[in-house]
Design a binder for this molecule. Structure first.
Ligand code: FES
Length: 393
């Protein structure tokens, strides 16, 4: 393959392009109409204030954000129902970001606010920090909306079976509201798994949304038997019971990692065309040794040498952590967004060493396998490794 076709060579051009943009005159960078439009639709950062906090259940809160004109944000960037926002934080000197599905609707953004639902996840540094510290009136830094977990009429079927677990309900709240508010038009059948009835999030709201004939909501309780509710886990039989018998349907899934492992096996039995099955990878992958297929390593502590911009550093971390987690724990900030191997934001090059990428989040292209492309957020080191992160935003 010629030098020009090597993606690693391309990354050198990407850096050169970025440097030229930064060096360009302000009139080119900021004043062209298209550049101004791009900033409205795809802002790098949105500076917001917390307008309202609602406690939904123990360790789960709904945060409403409004623009903060004093820091330069005058409106909420528009988004497609199902997309997410990143929140940027500094905790104990570490710069960290996390993505959360937007649980309000596109119409809400036009009316001047976003909502995110944040639930404490076990060992979740960010969720614990947010739940314990954020107060109404606090200033918050968000990304622009991102992600592909939205309804695409050209790709998706007219009926979508939505499988949600716990706080994975959030993008479906946005999608269902978008249907009733006229921004989307498809049939949404929601199978929502909770442990018990009192842990169901947004129950009253979904009861109301289900008055729209295009929306059907079925609650599935794993730890409680109740009349009017399904009992157990979401199985292939349950999906078939509610899915249209004589028309194609898409399946959208959002929930905790343990749910994916179970539900994915069930969905395979449906034999659906691949484009009809969509996942929102929700939350970070961690604890390599607990993942099915983990090959193991005899080197529990590894050295990671990172070249980023003009700096090269070697840090030490656990083989049980992703490369990204080790970098962040050592104060190395790299560009990230989804943190689950999907968006490609953290794309880097493995120069040497052995790594493990869990099959369930392996989203790399053939060229990545050939030229060492990895996503540090979804890759675990098995030995000492050396990587190049293309540039730091
Ligand atoms: S942050 Fe999205 S792939 Fe790593």
């Amino acid at each position: 393959m010629s030098k020009e076709l090597n993606p690693n060579t391309f990354m050198e051009y990407a850096k050169e392009r970025q440097d030229r943009i930064e060096a360009a005159e302000a009139v080119i960078r900021d004043d062209f109409y298209l550049n101004r439009m791009a900033k409205v639709f795809h802002p790098d950062r949105q500076y917001m204030k917390i307008d309202q906090i609602t406690e939904l259940e123990k360790d789960t809160k709904l945060y409403r954000f409004v623009p903060d004109p004093a820091r330069g944000t005058t409106r909420c960037a528009p988004f497609l129902a199902g997309q997410y926002l990143n929140i940027y934080l500094e905790i104990e000197g570490m710069k960290i970001n996390r993505s959360y599905s937007i649980s309000s609707s596109p119409a809400d953004a036009r009316n001047g606010f976003y909502e995110l639902t944040i639930k404490y996840v076990q060992d979740g540094l960010v969720s614990r920090y947010v739940l314990d510290n954020w107060k109404e009136g606090d200033e918050v830094e968000l990304s622009g909306p991102a992600g592909n977990f939205s309804y695409q009429p050209l790709r998706d079927a007219e009926t979508v079976i939505c499988l949600a677990g716990g706080s994975g309900i959030t993008p479906f709240r946005s999608l269902a509201k978008a249907i009733t508010e006229g921004d989307e038009d498809f049939r949404l059948i929601l199978l929502y798994g909770s442990r018990t009835a009192d842990q169901i999030l947004f129950k009253d709201e979904f009861d109301k949304l289900a008055e729209d004939p295009r929306i059907q909501v079925i609650h599935v309780l794993s730890d409680e038997e109740r009349e009017g509710f399904e009992n157990g886990f979401i199985t292939v039989e349950m999906i078939k019971k509610y899915a249209p018998a004589d028309a194609p349907y898409s399946v959208f899934i959002c929930g905790p990692q343990a749910m994916y492992r179970f539900v994915d096996r069930e969905i395979e039995k449906l034999g659906l065309t691949r484009k009809y099955v969509r996942h929102e990878l929700f939350g970070e992958i961690h604890d390599a040794s607990s993942l099915p297929g983990y090959p193991g390593t005899d080197q529990p502590e590894v050295k990671i040498t990172v070249s980023i911009r003009d700096m090269t550093r070697t840090v030490t971390g656990s083989a049980n952590d992703t490369i990204l987690q080790t970098m962040e724990k050592n104060g190395i900030t790299v560009p990230t967004s989804c943190r689950s191997g999907e968006c490609g934001f953290c794309h880097s090059t493995l120069v040497s060493g052995k790594v493990y990428v869990p099959a369930e989040i392996e989203g790399r292209r053939l060229a990545d396998h050939k030229f060492g492309g990895i996503h540090p957020c979804a890759t675990f080191p098995l030995s000492d490794i050396e990587i190049i992160v293309p540039y730091d935003k």
